[in-house]
Ligand binder design. Structure first.
Ligand code: UDP
Length: 371
């Protein structure tokens, strides 16, 4: 590498791109590398038959942080998409997240008082603080909904029994006693018009990017080319798995174009029984209210990560959380390296939180965020 940079940024995803953008604003030079042949990490979108395909799964931007919402508007205009998935259980269709539409269909009731009474009765089986995802789900929505809408979906998604999973995973989902199918409680929500790749392209404008460059197999050469490093790959891989490997869930997509303009009438349909091997089907055009003559769908299959697969979700159970802390202690000793993002921090981050974390690192590094 002939040029010397202030920062080498490993990974052209959201964390790395925000950091690079801010570093450049602070007059620092950056080289962003990625082992894939494209930028944007897992939020990468690709235009096929005039439809922006979320190649690594559905990404819906949502936040309650006004600063972050304003911040992302610098890079893209967002549409008014509001996520409201439907869940299929053995031919029955339920609205998500858990709200009066769900309760009314499940129990043939109409009022919030009736729904609350049923849930209160059903949650009596949980004594004390919920200790795991199963207990948390039952104490939030009762056993009927747990059995039909949570149990199988979660087992398929995580490949583990609901009793072995942390309670916080299910707390991501709102429970409401109103007829409101909005999947998120956040104040702001939308999809960047023109796709996420364009958003990241805008962040990286004027910054050197090298694709298909793997940091871990070219460490010596790459370490020599910059004063500091921002590493957004898996933290265990950085340390050559010296304490053993952290577990991840990986996701595989079967994507196809169909000769219909409307396959399922919604961007997201969850499959909550064991009769279907996939967890959900995404119909990409509906993220942008598309009216194209054909449609593109992706069936999402969840699997345990193994070397060579893409890691998607950290499995934040006790065993992995303990292991992560050991790696984190090593990371803290690396003075010239900032670890960030879902893989660098082994954290089930939403996009807004990734941006916030990157901006925190920016503040620490430069004392401020750009105006
Ligand atoms: N979940 C569920 N049923 C559903 C959708 C989600 O039980 O129909 C549970 C499941 O355990 C999942 C968690 O809620 O892992 C979080 O779901 P979310 O949609 O937030 O996950 P993501 O979109 O990040 O995969």
């Amino acid at each position: 590498m002939s040029k010397h940079y202030d920062y080498l940024i490993v990974g052209a995803g959201l964390y790395g791109s925000v950091f690079a953008y801010e570093a450049k604003k602070n007059g620092k030079s950056c080289l962003v590398i990625d082992k894939r042949n494209h930028i944007a990490g897992n939020i990468y979108t690709e235009k096929r038959s005039d439809i922006n395909v979320h190649v690594y799964g559905a990404h819906i931007f949502h936040t309650s942080d006004k600063f972050i919402w304003n911040y992302v508007q610098r890079f893209a205009e967002f549409n008014r998409y509001t996520n409201s998935p439907v869940a299929k259980y053995k031919g029955e269709l339920y609205n998500m997240p858990f709200n009066m539409n769900t309760f009314s269909k499940m129990w043939k009731i109409t009022t919030p008082a009736e729904a609350k009474a049923i849930i209160d009765e059903q949650k009596k089986e949980i004594k004390g603080e919920p200790k795991n995802l199963e207990e948390q789900a039952i104490s939030l929505v009762g056993r009927d909904i747990y059995e039909k809408l949570v149990k199988c979906y979660t087992e398929k998604q995580w490949g583990r029994d609901c009793k072995e999973l942390p309670a916080f995973i299910i707390k991501r989902l709102p429970v409401r006693f109103t007829y409101d199918n909005n999947y998120f409680n956040d104040s702001y929500q939308g999809i960047p018009m023109g796709g996420y790749t364009k958003l990241i392209e805008n962040m990286l404008e004027g910054i050197d990017v090298i694709l298909e460059k793997d940091y871990l197999t070219n460490r010596d050469e790459l370490n020599a080319c910059a004063d500091k490093i921002v590493y957004t790959g898996p933290i265990d891989a950085y340390f050559d798995f010296c304490y053993g490997n952290l577990e991840y869930r990986s996701v595989r997509f079967e994507t196809e174009e169909l000769a219909t303009d409307n396959y399922q009438g919604n961007a997201v349909v969850n499959y909550n029984d064991h009769d279907h091997p996939y967890t959900r089907i995404i119909e990409h055009k509906f993220f942008e209210f598309g009216t194209q003559p054909t449609t593109i769908i992706s069936k999402e299959y969840s699997a345990e990560w193994k070397p060579g697969d893409e890691p998607y979700y950290p499995v934040n159970n006790e065993k992995n959380s303990e292991l992560y802390l050991k790696y984190k202690a090593l990371a803290d000793k690396e003075e010239k390296v900032i670890f960030g993002g879902r893989l660098g921090e082994y954290k089930y981050y939403d996009m807004d939180k990734v941006i916030a974390a990157a901006l925190e690192a920016v503040k620490k590094e430069f004392g401020k965020i750009s105006e």
